[in-house]
Design a binder for this molecule. Sequence first.
Ligand code: KPL
Length: 322
Amino acid sequence: MNTLTDSPGDALWHVLGAGAMGCLWAARLWQHPPREQRVTLLLRSQQALVDYREHGGLALEAPVGGAVVQVPVAAALSSAPGPALRNLLVATKSQDVAAALASVQHRLDTDTRIVLLQNGVRVQREITAQFGPNRVWCLSTSHGAWRRAPWHVVHAGAGTAWLGQLAASDAAQTRALLDLLPAQAMHIGMDAHIATRLWQKFAVNCAVNSLTVVHDCANGELLQRPEARPTLEALIDEIDQLLRALPEVPALPDLHASVHDVLTATAANVSSTLQDVRAGRPTELEHLNGYLLSLAEAHGLAAPLNAQLLQAVAQRTGLAGR
Ligand code: KPL
């Protein structure tokens, strides 16, 4: 039997999004016992499917020069017909979530559990509102991944992940879902206050990601470079004040300390946004500083530094600003 072929109805998990994160999670889900035929990677095009099968599945490289293992996750076209999906992990970039979910619309029913893996909080709020608070979970993760070659993913930084619901708090349901996830391998815990965690990460990403593009530097250099540091601190102040003024945002831990901790812990990392810019891919900034700016405008609040940064990134990448 071709183990890379989806056997409809069998898969416990389907993964949408075949970037580094999607491949990493698909591989880790496949490794979670009991294995095989329980995870299917949903691909957008026939060409990608052929290419994937020719490669013979995923190659997963463990952190810190670790071994490479072959992981024969099944794959199928997202548009193909099939029974209702049981558990769907959405691992696309934020800006692609709506289209990705639309591509599997015909396989979603009221029992399908949707797990979102994106940065930010906008998609999580929108999809929770669209599908209902009991059907959507958020995974907030600090795991790092990048692709060494097509279908070869490196699990770059072993981090943690937190699972919770944005607008519901059914601990038993979340526990049941956690049992189906590779909790040990991916250090996943349950978080009854996932909203706070998502907003905090959103705030950190707003302070870090666009600035690394403007200065074209690794995360830690934002603390070291004299031309970057004052903007970083002023930006943190602006984000902090905005988030305190927005009624939908819960109380967050000290933002200066959070940003400094992340920059120190990930000093050598190239932010996901700078990686996107260097690879000529669209960035998630509309879901980070862009979303913050929209929320500020909706509440009549000024956000001049965030606006300037978006402009500066747009100039750098040659894309239209807002
Ligand atoms: O989440 C990140 C990202 O790059 O998107 C940070 C925290 C900035 C680490 O690189």
